[in-house]
Design a protein around this ligand. Structure first.
Ligand SMILES: C[S@@+](CC[C@H](N)C(=O)[O-])C[C@H]1O[C@@H](n2cnc3c(N)ncnc32)[C@H](O)[C@@H]1O
Length: 532
């Protein structure tokens, strides 16, 4: 299925050792030698009894652990498209699991990551990915020639990107950054790699200190201007061109700046388990995590920092709360679930909206959660149990089209949270901008139309279908709805005004959150009533 082909899958380790990080070309690369002799500070340790299965490992105390882990994680992401944020890994354990990758890639382990190091890894990885195009522009301009850049080993390139990001965007003390990254290159690769990093980073420091970092001129025709902006704001050219066309240049720039900013996260108190926002707030205060109450949704709070603390306190694992952006919570407001209703969630996994919908039923009614992806559906089922809403959730593993053809039950409400480009969530999904291609948009639109047709077969007379995406793209949103209404005149728009604050309602009566205006992820929903 196209949707599966477009999804971002974690990297398998065999690929890690055979694919090229550069331009997606499949050439054999040597990341680091596993036969390297231990250097003077590399000692052999048996890691404690907490994991007896571990064999003797080389522990390197010389390199800074967060840089080594960041470089390896960056390679994994670039080579395989894994998620960039720690939320997708299991809190503290993520550093531990990751050490296996570090050892296989670099030939040594580092000290285990403490909380501070974990935060640094998240910041460095997220920022380096976001700014990749801009950083590469700087690196290229400081390389001896273009070939040096194009043929650079993946690990060396990541070390340079980290150094450039730390100096240019984090304004860290430059000579400490140079020393640390030179050491990493020397130990993980070879002395000559360290010399190269030293030379290039020192040139960068001089340019920065004299305020003369090279920046492309924004002039020429539309394409040339888009190219320059795409380098300055570090986005793919096709996205920049598309946003300039649909949003205008100034708004496109504001959107890119939002995408490059540190993401904020929202937490939803799990009412299914009897917790209210006041309980969540009490927990956050106990943990000293700063928060803001959501202005739009009763059970939500926003946090800018402290996600690690929340994870480690077990609030997510125990089902006390969920991470859910308010923009997604507002889609559930558009569904307006009521106790006793039968609701079909067509593309449900991993279940963010299903769980919120189910908790609003207070034990009466049913959410049928369909998804084509078995693994993601398993997560949905497990989380429904933890959240104690499993009594009102039925999970069905199926292609929606097959389900619609074979299932004769009709539902009061049908939510189609369609597979989409994710262009509304680029601030949180740092790597996504580099994985999307213009060609994806056409394929996604076809899939969205097909899924809408299937979903519409499952709505009762007078029932409602809600079409939603986490995209800000007109063609995936308004245009899909317009095209659906032409094919299905039996549906009419029910304006979103009754369900969400007016500031989120478009002139056509749809729900739309705008990252720049609302400081939330971008999302869209249309509520359509079946008249016959
Ligand atoms: C945007 S995600 C859904 C997110 C989910 N609603 C949530 O809030 O967590 C889209 C989902 O559509 C599923 N999907 C894609 N094609 C499908 C199909 N033909 N039938 C059923 N599910 C499909 C994908 O597996 C994916 O889980």
């Amino acid at each position: 299925m196209l949707s599966q082909a477009l999804s971002v899958l974690p990297l398998n380790s065999a690929e890690l050792f055979s694919a090229s990080a550069l331009n997606g070309t499949a050439k054999k690369v040597k990341l680091a030698s596993n036969t390297r002799q231990p250097n003077s500070t590399t000692s052999t340790h048996r890691i404690g009894p907490s994991n007896p299965s571990r064999k003797t490992q080389k522990l390197n105390l010389e390199v800074s652990p967060h840089r080594a882990v960041s470089a390896v994680r960056l390679m994994r992401i670039e080579l395989g498209g894994a998620f960039a944020d720690l939320l997708n890994e299991q809190g503290k354990g993520s550093g531990d699991n990751e050490m296996g990758y570090v050892e296989r890639t670099l030939g040594f382990r580092t000290r285990d990551l403490d909380d501070r190091n974990l935060r640094l890894v998240t910041d460095i990885v997220g920022g380096t990915i976001r700014w990749r195009r801009y950083l590469d522009h700087l690196i290229l301009s400081l390389c001896h020639d273009e070939d040096t850049f194009r043929c650079m080993e993946p690990l060396l390139l990541q070390i340079l990107r980290i150094g450039f990001y730390e100096i240019v965007k984090l304004d860290m003390p430059p000579y400490a950054v140079v020393d640390e990254n030179v050491r990493l290159a020397k130990v993980a690769l070879r002395p000559g790699a360290g010399n190269l990093v030293n030379g290039i980073l020192r040139k960068l420091v001089l340019l920065k200190e004299s305020n003369s970092l090279p920046s492309p001129e924004v002039n020429g025709d539309d394409r040339q201007q888009a190219r320059a902006l795409s380098t300055i704001y570090s986005h793919p050219v096709w996205m920049v061109r598309r946003w300039i066309k649909f949003l205008g240049r100034e708004e496109a720039i504001r959107l890119m700046m939002w995408n490059n900013s540190d993401p904020t996260f929202s937490l939803r108190a799990n009412i299914g388990k009897g917790y209210r926002r006041a309980d969540l707030v009490a927990q956050l205060e106990k943990l000293k995590v700063p928060y803001d109450l959501s202005a739009h949704l009763d059970e939500f709070v926003r946090i800018k920092t402290g996600m690690q603390v929340v994870i480690q306190a077990g609030l997510l694992k125990d089902g006390f709360c969920s991470v859910q952006d308010e923009s997604a919570g507002l889609v559930v407001s558009i569904v307006d679930p009521q106790p006793g209703e039968s609701i079909l969630d067509c593309c449900a996994a991993p279940g963010g909206k299903t769980l919120f919908l189910a908790s609003c039923l207070y034990g009466q009614g049913m959410v049928t959660a369909v998804d084509i992806n078995k693994g993601r559906l398993r997560i949905l089922k497990e989380t429904a149990k933890i959240h104690q809403v499993h009594n009102v959730v039925t999970a069905v593993h199926s292609d929606l089209q097959t389900f619609a053809e074979n299932n004769h039950v009709k539902y009061d409400k049908v939510l189609l949270d369609a597979p989409c480009s994710g262009l509304g969530v680029l601030s949180k999904r740092a790597d996504l901008r580099w994985n999307r291609r213009l060609e994806d948009m056409e394929q996604l639109k076809t899939l969205q139309d097909e899924l809408l047709d299937s979903a519409s077969m499952l709505v009762k007379p007078d029932g409602v279908i809600i079409y939603s995406t986490c995209s800000i793209d007109l063609e995936e949103n308004e245009e899909r709805v317009a095209s659906f209404l032409l094919r299905h005149p039996e549906f009419v728009v029910d304006t979103a005004d009754r369900y969400v604050p007016h500031e989120f309602v478009t002139e056509n009566g749809f729900y739309r959150s705008n990252p720049v205006k609302h400081s939330l992820d971008g999302a869209f929903a249309a509520r359509l009533i079946r008249s016959q």
